[in-house]
Design a protein around this ligand. Structure first.
Ligand code: ADP
Length: 596
């Protein structure tokens, strides 16, 4: 629609400026041709008045005679010939032709009554008679110029010159100019196009028609109206009219720019018709140009808009990206906060674990202590037996010593007292070792293997003797071999292992205990092996579990191996079991060596 509107506007603008240019050039043309018409018309104005000077004319009018008429006739014929007019003739005061230049021709005016002619009437009133009309005699159109002839103050006749104006029409036709001259009645009297001649420019009412018919001004012509297909007033003296073409193979109406101007000295108007078809064609091409330019501009605008949209989309995408980035950063911050929180939680848990671990260690220490006390409890019977034996011996020895002193056998008595002293020493040794075993200990420390082994065997001395155990002791030691474990703890582990071996071998006919120690780089490996019944495969997995025991009643707590293994692990060593093919069980204690 914009393109159409542009085309329309272009057309109108072009047409308007075209019309203006056309009107300007038309104006000049009009002026030029109007001057030409005016000069053509005024060319003869002096001619009728000239006849007043001719004495023969005055004489004829005053006293007409045949001779005088012939004289004037010949004079007029000569004058007509020289001036190039159609006819020159003289009327008397009644309007009759008294002499004429065409006296010799068949259609001579001589004697004709022309009193009805307006030019005669005007001339008789002392005004110059101007008239365009068609001759009543021959029917030839012409311009009549009349002048009243005076004799002193009195009007004695009228001189008339009839001239042809066809030359103008011919000139127009040669110049390919379309023009016409209309008279005071609005009738076209001169036209470059013969078809328009004697056409009326405005509608004539009946009275006018009647009057014109009576005056015979236009002979008998029908005086049809010149009807343009359309007409539009564009300004003062400018009109746009269109006529149907008269050409046979061309039916388009032709538009003209009609410019008219009044001609001086006459009531006539000259109208110039300038064809507008070229202008229309030009306007059409301008309209096309405007439409194309508009379409191009619209296209450019659309392209620009598209580009703007693309940029806007890109910007939006970037914004979205930034937003997403921001969102991501926010999430990361949230996650970081979460992580920090969970880190805190983990740290707290670690603290709690450490706390638990230290609690566990404490509990383990408690357990170690409890285990030791349990061992002591288990051993209480044998300890009581151990102490009862010397006590009974002490009672017998002291009673004997009293009796030997009463008899005076001092040597024997002193020997008894010596034995009593030995027994007391021994009992003191037992209680001391028990106290040492029960003492609390810690993770760190050093132990001497031989000493620990001796102490353990000493603690279990009574049971070893009662069961008549054969001990095979093969301990590979350098002087001062030290192990990385607390002395008491090592003793406790060894007491546990040896006590278990003794328990296992109770039913065996022959009891043998192997104690094998071997040093390797940085480590010491001690194996405690018995020839007991061994451990059945289904029980092996539970061996180191706390409170696992196969011993009846109060004999077993199921803590011995668990504690021993954990003590070994706490010192950086290990306690494992082996099931030898030849029977029995072997427990292997590995510990770090110090100073090796
Ligand atoms: P407890 O001696 O109080 O039963 P332990 O942890 O010392 O607890 O021993 C657990 C179990 O392992 C014992 O009940 C026993 O069945 C078995 N056991 C330990 N040492 C031996 C061994 N040398 N020979 C056979 N069985 C053993």
């Amino acid at each position: 629609m914009l393109v159409l509107a542009c085309g329309y506007a272009g057309y109108h603008l072009s047409e308007r400026t075209g019309i203006r240019a056309l009107a300007e050039s038309g104006e000049r043309q009009l002026e030029l041709h109007a001057r030409a018409v005016e000069s053509e018309i005024t060319k003869y104005t002096y001619l009728p008045s000239l006849l007043e000077l001719e004495a023969s004319v005055g004489r004829l009018l005053r006293t007409p005679t045949g001779y005088r008429r012939q004289l004037v006739n010949e004079y007029l014929e000569g004058l007509n010939l020289r001036s190039g007019s159609l006819a020159v003739y003289i009327l008397d005061t009644d309007g009759r032709v008294v002499a004429t230049s065409n006296w010799a021709q068949a259609d001579s005016y001589l004697g004709e009554d022309l009193s009805f002619r307006a030019y005669f009437k005007d001339a008789m009133q002392g005004q110059p008679g101007r008239f365009y009309g068609i001759g009543s005699t021959v029917g030839e159109p012409g311009y009549y110029l009349a002048h009243g002839l005076r004799d002193g103050e009195r009007l004695i006749g009228v001189a008339v010159v009839k001239v042809k104006l066809d030359a103008l029409e011919e000139r127009w036709a040669r110049a390919r100019l379309e023009a016409y001259v209309s008279d005071e009645n609005g009738i076209i009297i001169l036209s470059s196009n013969p078809a328009r001649r004697l056409k009326s420019l405005r509608p004539l009412d009946e009275a006018t028609r009647e009057r014109l018919a009576r005056s015979l001004q236009y002979h008998w012509s029908a005086l049809e109206e010149l009807q343009p297909l359309s007409s539009m007033t564009l300004g003062a003296g400018i009109e746009q009219v269109s006529f149907a073409t008269t050409m046979a193979d061309y039916h388009e109406p032709v538009s003209y720019l009609a410019q008219s101007r009044a001609l001086s000295d006459t009531p006539w108007r000259l109208t110039l018709l300038t064809p507008m078809n070229d202008l229309r064609r030009e306007a059409l091409s301008h309209a096309t140009l405007a439409a194309v330019a508009c379409a191009l501009l619209a296209f450019l605008l659309i392209a620009w808009n598209e580009r703007r949209k693309v940029i806007a989309t890109r910007l939006a995408a970037r914004e979205a990206l930034q937003h997403a980035n921001g969102e991501l950063e926010r999430r990361i911050a949230e996650r970081t906060a979460d992580l920090r929180a969970s880190n805190e939680r983990l740290k707290r848990q670690i603290r709690e674990r450490r706390q638990t671990e230290s609690n566990l260690r404490k509990t383990q220490d408690e357990l170690v202590q409890a285990g030791k006390l349990a061992v002591i409890g288990q051993m209480s019977t044998s300890i009581a037996h151990e102490l009862n034996q010397p006590l009974a011996a002490l009672r017998t020895l002291s009673a004997n010593a009293v009796r030997f002193l009463q008899r005076g056998a001092h040597d024997t008595a002193s020997a008894n007292l010596q034995a009593i002293g030995d027994l007391v020493d021994r009992m003191g040794k037992i209680t001391a070792s028990l106290r040492a075993f029960a003492r609390r200990s810690d993770d760190k420390g050093e132990a001497e293997l031989e000493k620990a082994l001796d102490a353990a065997l000493f603690l279990l001395h009574a049971r070893l003797q009662r069961l008549d155990v054969q001990i095979e002791r093969q301990i590979e030691t350098d002087a001062g071999t030290r192990l990385g474990i607390d002395q008491t703890r090592l003793e406790q582990i060894l007491v546990n292992l040896v006590a278990n071996a003794l328990d296992a071998m109770g039913e065996q006919p022959e009891r043998r205990l192997w104690l094998n120690g071997a040093a390797s780089a940085g480590q010491y490996r001690l194996e405690v092996r018995d020839n007991g019944p061994g451990i059945s495969p289904e029980l092996r997995v539970h061996l180191f579990e706390p409170f696992f025991t196969t011993k009846p009643g109060e004999q077993g707590l199921g803590l011995g191996l668990t504690l021993s293994a954990s003590l070994a692990a706490a010192a950086g060593g290990s306690l494992t079991v082996r099931h030898p093919a030849e029977g029995g069980s072997a427990f292997i204690l590995c510990l770090k060596r110090i100073g090796a």
